[in-house]
Ligand binder design. Structure first.
Ligand code: HEM
Length: 142
């Protein structure tokens, strides 16, 4: 009879270990384009505007905010699928979710806090952390 240690490595997690970070990488790529377009071409409402007014401020702004929320939920799924796969996968997912949440907070801080360059930079840096985390996750799966 085989003991616990002799069992073959779980293979059921492998597809998710690649598919989830790859999907989130794709979403981050999509997120980049409306974000940069908003930066360059969209006038931002004043800081005291309602959230609905912010989201309704052109299709790109609404899309970017909605994708930000989908990314945050997806990053949670990324951590949940990485946890059973070990410390390396979990560390990658943690770096990525940190970047995505920081990006979201940076975006909200930008809209509500007078459009500071610092908040805009936090979003750009969060984007890089998100991409870096998921690229590392894909590269380290073997
Ligand atoms: C609901 C959450 C979010 C809001 C309200 C938001 C809002 C914005 C705004 C207003 C801009 C234009 C900034 C400017 O003109 O300087 C922008 C740009 C950008 N956003 Fe977001 N964003 C959100 C979430 C995210 C997330 C989660 C990411 C990725 C991690 C992200 C990545 C970017 C990038 C790469 C840019 C272009 C570079 C920059 O201006 O920093 N955003 N976003």
């Amino acid at each position: 009879m085989r003991g616990r240690r002799d069992r073959p490595a779980r293979s059921s997690g492998r597809a998710a270990d690649i598919a989830v970070p790859l999907g989130l990488l794709g979403l981050l790529g999509v997120q980049f384009l409306p974000g940069t377009s908003v930066n360059l071409f969209t006038p931002i409402p004043p800081a005291d505007a309602e959230m609905a007014e912010m989201m309704g401020n052109g299709p790109l702004m609404g899309l970017h905010m909605m994708l930000g929320m989908i990314l945050a939920a997806g990053a949670g799924l990324g951590v949940a699928t990485a946890l059973p796969s070990g410390r390396r996968a979990t560390a990658c997912a943690a770096i990525a979710i940190g970047g995505i949440l920081a990006g979201g907070l940076g975006g909200l801080a930008f809209l509500m806090g007078g459009q500071s360059n610092g908040a805009s930079y936090v979003m750009a840096a969060g984007f890089v952390a998100g991409v870096g985390g998921y690229v590392a996750a894909v590269v380290t799966v073997h």
